[in-house]
Ligand binder design. Structure first.
Ligand SMILES: Cc1cc2nc3c(=O)[nH]c(=O)nc-3n(C[C@H](O)[C@H](O)[C@H](O)COP(=O)(O)O)c2cc1C
Length: 418
């Protein structure tokens, strides 16, 4: 390399996420406007708890059993530390990544989160709008409180993926896939770990499950095949008997029976685009996904909401990446709270990272504006993705590699920002 490095210019298409930090200081110093949503990842959940309804907060903050998997998710992040490099040109960071042939502005994805109306009336349509604005693909949950078509409209030109809770009824499944494709959803995310709801004490103690009242069932209630079948069976429209319609829909999507690998053929035949399996934790399942001929997997344990006492998701990422190499796109979620967490997951081989609870807390605090603040903070400055990459000496996402990270065990490492 020559002794004089060339002056670096920003990539014309990379966005300046780091500007958010200056904006916060300028608002406070000159206009006395303070951030609505805390910028401290360790205080976010507590602020949300103060602002949200008890049931709404418990639904997002809770997990399976004694929340041991949730703890493991955070501890798995704590055991990896970044090793920063100096005197590198990192002034202009480039956060763009390519996934399934499309370039995205950041390595973040909005994790599929159900029943968003219980957190704020801005719900899925509001978050889809924010995601499009920030250049983050929005993954719509099947357990949505807005319809597929409403979310597509709110997302406009934004990238959108569709998450399937896979119904037992193939005709209904095909109808959902057709609707999602028609509405411009590009990637199908099939969640494998939630064919029944787990034991969730924070919801159980107040006997709260929104779906039985028809909340979060909008995908089914707006589906022509589901509606026709419901009418044939009950002689009524869905709206005339919400209680039974809710039961019927729930027993199809959370049936208590898992699908099997061979059944993926149906989805492959009916979905004209990339398919990503969500909920992979074992390297052998990752290899099975390669064999099954899908295009991607998400190393995820559903944020510790399904199986309690399970391994932290990040713990399994390196083995999964090693097992599948470049044969399939590996994405990651469960426990991501800061930009540095994103760097760690990328350094351990994920191509992009899904963010879940943090923006839901923002949504609960201040609606879509609150979710936007959380996501901008995550992408932006100190402690967060863009600036942390710079401080670590990393110029772009490809620079997040194994040389930047080291496994270290310090007794007493904190398990905060759940
Ligand atoms: C309130 C809530 C609802 C969720 N709903 C869904 C869903 O409908 N479909 C799905 O695949 N995953 C769902 N998830 C899991 C997320 O997609 C993601 O895997 C998880 O939030 C990652 O963990 P983290 O939030 O602790 O980072 C949900 C998670 C939460 C917190």
């Amino acid at each position: 390399m020559s002794a004089i490095q060339k002056v670096q210019h920003p990539h014309p298409k990379s966005r300046k996420y780091g500007a958010y930090q200056s904006e916060i200081y300028a608002n406070g110093m000159f206009r006395n406007i303070m951030p609505t949503v805390t910028t401290d990842p360790n205080k976010l959940e507590e602020q949300a708890k103060q602002c949200m309804s008890k049931k709404g907060y418990n639904y997002v903050g809770g997990g399976a059993g004694e929340r041991a998997t949730m703890d493991a998710n955070r501890l798995a992040f704590r055991q990896w530390k970044l090793v920063p490099r100096m005197l590198r040109q990192t002034t202009h960071r480039d956060l763009r990544v390519e996934l399934f042939g499309r370039t995205h502005d950041t390595p973040l994805l909005i994790a599929p989160i159900g029943v968003q109306v219980i957190f704020h009336e801005d719900k899925e349509t509001g978050i889809a709008d924010v995601a499009a604005e920030l250049g983050i693909p929005y993954i719509l949950s099947t357990a949505s409180s807005s319809t597929i078509e409403e979310v597509a409209q709110a997302s406009g030109d934004g990238a959108r993926w569709y998450q399937l809770y896979w119904p037992q009824d193939d005709e209904v499944t095909i109808s959902l896939l057709n609707r999602a494709q028609k509405a411009g959803f590009e990637v199908l995310v099939v969640t494998l770990d939630t064919w029944a709801l787990s034991w969730r004490p924070w919801d159980l103690d107040s006997a709260y499950v929104p779906f039985v009242k028809g909340i979060g069932d909008q995908t089914g209630f707006s589906d022509p095949v589901f509606r026709r079948k419901f009418k044939e069976k009950h002689g009524k429209e869905v709206e005339e008997d919400i209680h039974n319609a809710a039961l019927e829909w729930q027993s199809d999507v959370f049936s208590g029976a898992a699908h099997t690998w061979d059944q993926l053929e149906l989805l492959k035949k009916r979905w004209n685009g990339p398919i990503v399996l969500k909920g992979i934790q074992h390297p052998e399942d990752a290899l099975k996904a390669v064999e099954a001929g899908v295009q991607g997997i998400i190393c995820s344990n559903h944020g510790g909401r399904q199986l309690d006492g399970a391994v932290g998701s990040l713990e399994m990422l390196p083995e999964i990446v090693e097992a599948v190499g470049d044969k399939i796109t590996v994405l990651f979620d469960s426990g991501v709270r800061t930009g540095v967490d994103v760097i760690k997951a990328l350094a351990l081989g994920a191509k992009a990272v899904l963010v879940g609870r943090p923006w839901v807390y923002g949504l609960g605090i201040a609606g879509k504006a609150g979710a936007r603040d959380v996501l901008r903070g995550l992408l932006a400055a100190s402690n967060d993705l863009d600036q942390s990459m710079g401080l670590a000496g990393i110029q772009n996402v490809a620079g997040c590699d194994r040389s930047m990270i080291r496994r270290c065990h310090y007794p007493g490492d904190r398990n905060s920002s759940n």
